[in-house]
Design a protein around this ligand. Structure first.
Ligand SMILES: Nc1nc2c(c(=O)[nH]1)N[C@H]1C(S)=C(S)[C@@H](COP(=O)(O)O)O[C@H]1N2
Ligand SMILES: [Mo]
Length: 368
């Protein structure tokens, strides 16, 4: 007999010289990143925002879609889209980043979606706050976790499942957490969770459950796969690890000049230029960005632009550069108000999560 274990393998780490496989490329082709030149837009156009979809985009009819709020509540709720749209409407500009961003740059490489640094976007999400609906349903004093279930279904390392993630009750009740039905002023696209998704500002992407169909209150900790098995920072397979939660600080450079087709090395004409990019953190506001032009040997402070999008959105930074002809390696390092900063040594863990190691942008400046 064939079982799902025959098609669904345990997680693993690539061998020392093992190249990216066709399976990893298959994932990379489905789940695209932001083209880094799109760091020019303060609000990422929907089609340029990164995408991460564990299984298939489910076939959800918006007209018939109902969100249920149930479990350990005083009374369960059934809410269709028209009802949700009639509730108080809020828009937050939110930087979303996949927890696996940076994974394929780790040595050794955890085998999964092979992100480099491009699993990020900054969109405007409109919806209604979750907390009033939880209060309306009636939370018991002993509520522990709130579980969010999507309409998508698959198998992962032998476990058949609906995509489900929980939040601790205190986090689910934060006022910025939204049931979102619009992205950048238009109804959600199928790939971004149409017709309804959760938005949890400050948290890595896995918490922002798409195609949301159920919100369930539990009086015991949720033991589902995506919380208990998948999204944990572990040293090795036996380490119980700690949960992946908020976004670590990161700055990205908008690659200057023009690219070589194959290597994507940047080519820059001689003369002074402005180097810029974006910086964000899910823990606290970004307070500083430093830039290197020599692969991390020396750093100069960048200027931070005025914040444009509120506390959950990325912030532009810029610095003037007068390069000598020749090869340079650019990178940027963000620090936030909690004192967190980006490491210069890789923060390795077995799932390849939260790797906010400083980016390397190879630039060749042409001679006069
Ligand atoms: N239902 C469901 N929600 C999901 C996912 C999923 O596979 N299924 N992927 C999660 C992950 S890992 C990320 S990084 C974000 C990506 O959101 P985006 O594709 O809108 O950028 O969605 C999250 N929500
Ligand atoms: Mo993700």
């Amino acid at each position: 007999m064939t079982t799902v274990d025959d098609v669904s393998r345990p997680s693993r780490v690539a061998g020392p010289d093992e190249a990216i496989s066709a399976e990893e490329l298959q994932l990379a082709a489905r789940n695209h990143g932001i083209p880094l030149e799109a760091l020019r837009y303060d609000v990422t156009p929907a089609g340029l925002h990164y995408l991460l979809i564990h299984y298939d985009i489910p076939d959800v009819d918006p007209a018939g879609h109902v969100l249920t709020v149930d479990g350990a509540v005083g009374r369960s709720l059934r809410l269709d889209l028209a009802t949700l749209r009639g509730l108080p409407r809020v828009t937050h500009r939110v930087t979303l980043e996949c927890a696996g961003n940076g994974r394929a740059l780790l040595h050794p490489r955890p085998v999964s979606q092979p992100w480099l640094v491009e699993a990020v976007g900054n969109a405007e999400w409109t919806g209604t706050p979750l907390a009033p609906l939880l209060r309306e349903a009636g939370l018991p004093a002993n509520a522990v976790d709130v579980v969010f279930t999507g309409a998508d279904h698959g198998v992962e390392r032998g476990v058949e499942q609906d995509y489900q993630r929980s939040l601790p009750v205190a986090d689910a009740l934060r006022e910025e957490v939204l049931l979102a039905y619009e992205m950048n002023g238009a109804p959600l696209l199928p790939q971004h969770g149409a017709p309804l998704r959760l938005i949890v500002p400050g948290w890595y992407g896995m918490a922002h459950v798409k195609w949301l169909r159920d919100v369930r209150v539990l009086t015991e900790p949720f033991g589902g796969y995506q919380n208990a098995v998948a999204y944990r920072l572990r040293r090795d397979a036996d380490d119980p690890g700690v949960p992946v939660t908020r976004i670590e600080p990161r700055a990205l450079v908008r690659p200057p000049g023009f690219p070589d087709f194959m290597s994507r090395t940047r080519v820059l004409r001689p003369g002074p230029c402005t180097v810029d990019g974006r910086a964000w953190s899910g823990h606290a506001p970004v307070t500083a960005v430093e830039v290197t032009f020599d692969g991390g040997a020396t750093w100069v402070p960048a200027a931070l632009d005025e914040p444009t999008g509120g506390e959950w959105a990325w912030r532009r930074w810029h610095v003037e550069w007068r390069p000598e002809p020749g090869r340079h390696v650019l990178g940027a390092r963000a620090t936030d108000a909690s004192g967190r900063t980006q490491p210069v040594e890789q923060p390795w863990n077995r799932g390849g999560f939260a790797n906010n190691l400083v980016q390397r942008v190879e630039v060749v400046v042409l001679a006069d």
